[in-house]
Design a protein around this ligand. Structure first.
Ligand code: BGC
Length: 339
């Protein structure tokens, strides 16, 4: 009898030990950022001459892109001269003109978003001129770009929808503020979100508007939306500055309304809003890593190494309970402790 008990205890102990092992493993797998700072350049290719890479994003000087650029600069080192450009206001016309200009200057490589269909011919033109193009953050899969680095935007939209289903007890009347209408990234995120909520009749999207990836515009649009739709109780900010814009509109004009907010990207103010409980959750993209990886791949292209076309970077749901983990990993990432 005694022996039987001992055996049962041993089994329970073993089960617990295995459980703890797998839990901690999956927890750390998201970023996999154990400090490996000294390894950062170890697998990089050494180039025999300095290369010029133009890095073009939908808006210059945007805080989200500043982080991506930091990662890109770290990977560029002294061997790649990174020229950062972007329109002063998000505009596919201006953006594609900058790509045209880079082709005319015969740069060595181009890293850019592929926002919509108007990017396909210009990307193909660069490839035809033997200038490698890597898309970042927003893909142009129908173009001849060499590779894409960034979030799987559809999957991230699903992630938002599933989070909402788990954490919000309906009925929900939803307002969406999207960075723009034309961007493939925004469209995929919204599609994923809607698909996740498809079978939930309690969740209804009441209105969708766009912010031109501008915080003031996001706040203005949120104000108008909430005024016109007093039933809205859940808001989704699809691009980086939308959730902070929504939050400031609520703070200022509708402090009495209880609205569940979910957004994208770990802009410092958004993280603070999560800490204060104003934003329920944000989907953190690995923007720094995206930048790093894009340049690392370009370096391989310069060296004639084959690269695979799709490089999805992880996303992570930041909410109050994951803040401590987030801060630790973020710090390690900025020190370059990753592959
Ligand atoms: C997107 C970027 C966009 C930024 C704008 C991010 O969520 O990934 O493509 O430029 O938001 O705020």
């Amino acid at each position: 009898m005694k022996l039987k008990f001992r055996f049962v205890y041993m089994l329970i102990f073993l089960g617990l030990a295995i459980g703890v092992f797998f839990l901690s493993k999956s927890f750390y797998q998201f970023w996999d950022l154990t400090d490996r700072s000294d390894e950062v350049y170890s697998e990089d290719v050494i180039l025999d001459e300095q290369k010029q890479v133009v890095f073009i994003t939908e808006k210059a000087g945007h805080p989200y892109w500043e982080v991506v650029l930091k990662g890109a600069k770290l990977a560029a080192g002294d061997e790649i001269w990174l020229d950062y450009q972007g329109p002063s206001q998000s505009s596919p016309e201006e953006h594609t003109k900058l790509i045209e200009r880079a082709i005319a200057s015969n740069v060595d490589g181009i890293i850019t978003q592929g926002l919509d269909e108007s990017f396909i011919p210009v990307i193909n033109k660069a490839i035809d001129a033997n200038i490698p193009v890597i898309t970042i953050d927003t893909d142009a899969p129908q173009s001849n770009r060499i590779a894409f680095v960034g979030t799987d935007n559809y999957a991230a939209g699903l992630q938002v929808g599933n989070y909402v289903k788990r954490n919000f007890t309906g009925p929900a009347k939803i307002g969406i503020i999207s960075g723009n209408y034309y961007g493939g990234h925004m469209q995929l995120r919204i599609k994923g979100f809607k698909d996740a909520l498809k079978d939930h009749y309690d969740f209804q999207i009441v209105s969708t508007v766009n912010s031109q990836i501008n915080k003031l515009e996001a706040a203005h649009q949120a104000y108008k939306m909430l005024k016109e739709n007093p039933e809205i109780n859940l808001m989704f900010g699809v691009s980086a500055l939308d959730a902070p814009g929504i939050t400031s509109a609520i703070e200022k004009s509708f402090p009495e309304r209880e609205i569940f907010i979910i957004g994208f990207d770990d802009m410092p103010e958004s993280v603070e809003m999560v800490e204060k409980g104003q934003i329920q959750a944000i989907v953190v993209q690995r923007s720094f890593h995206m930048g790093y990886k894009s340049v690392q791949l370009m370096r391989k292209v310069f060296n004639g190494e084959p690269i695979t076309p799709i490089h999805y970077t992880d996303t992570f749901i930041l909410e109050k309970s994951t803040l401590t983990y987030y801060f630790r990993q973020k710090e390690a990432e900025e020190r370059g402790g990753f592959r």
